[in-house]
Write a protein that binds this ligand. Sequence first.
Ligand code: M6R
Length: 353
Amino acid sequence: DKGVYPYYMLKEIDEQVIVAHTLSQYYFDDNAQIQNIDDDIISAIKAADRLYIVAAGTSYHAGLVGKRYFEQWTGIPTEVHISSEFAYDQPLLSQRPFFIFLSQSGETADSREVLDNVVKQGYPSLTLANVMNSTLTREANFALPLLAGPEIAVASTKAYTAQIIVEAILAHAVGDSQIDLKNELAKTAVEMQVIIDQKDEFKTIAEQALRGQKSAFYIGRGLDAAVAVEAALKLKEISYIQTEGFAAGELKHGTISLIEEGTPVFALLTQSKTAGLVRGEIAQVAARGANTIIISGKALAKKGDAYILPDVNELLMPLLTVIPAQLIAYYATLDRNLDVDRPRNLAKSVTVQ
Ligand code: M6R
């Protein structure tokens, strides 16, 4: 039930705060120690020489973020693959691969095809899914819940943040994150609420930057590049504004020729290592007439940025950055009088290959 909300998408964006709390309660005990992750899962991952994250759409994008946690905290090289590609062009695998499937529904046919192949080849696997008792959770060796509650809107929102959180918790459980993750997640949830409480700012940004526009861009580097592709998918799938999301450094290798007077370019700027470079890339598109809308982290913010995100651990910034992107997509779609929850040509769960 949508309750007081006009659309499920808005309700589900709001629920991300509760989901973050729920996950830290479920996966951590009162002493901030991991619970509810079987030792067998942890030893199976520790025994692997390489992790393969396989997923589609938004879940694939959550994998791009998770890769960072697994590599940084466990030291195990991690690859992220699109299910529909992996299914028919399986890359050369390492000696001891471990597969992690990410899925909201647990029924995505492309991912099921990969899991079938993986089971036949005898490799160990784990599914992180929102719908437990789904095919992907039943057929993998292990499964962990995303606990996001039913997600009804076709555009995935809370399943994405839940996937990122569970990936972080799992990587922390296997390796050593050197941070008090339970506490960091609690702080992040508080800041998610702060952003959500400022919804109107994103309504204004969406209307000013996107009304009448046919195309848009999201750029960033590192974790911001990972969120940029999700931000672009969100905007294009419901508003039908053709949006590209990619690594800011790639602009100069071709895409910058698309920039015209007034082209909206959203820049995500939360990673200190590359902030200076991204500022340079923003200046380059601005010089060619782009309307740059900068969403920055507090520590890296400059006067004139469109929205300044509260500061949390840099590795957890994707949990904040995605919220403005979800809200901008939502309000741009409302502004076009389109059905936010049910974009044309799409199904909530894609059960055909
Ligand atoms: O249920 P899944 O997470 O496996 O679904 C994967 C994609 O079909 C899904 O994320 C899709 O990209 C969403 N419509 C994105 O908002």
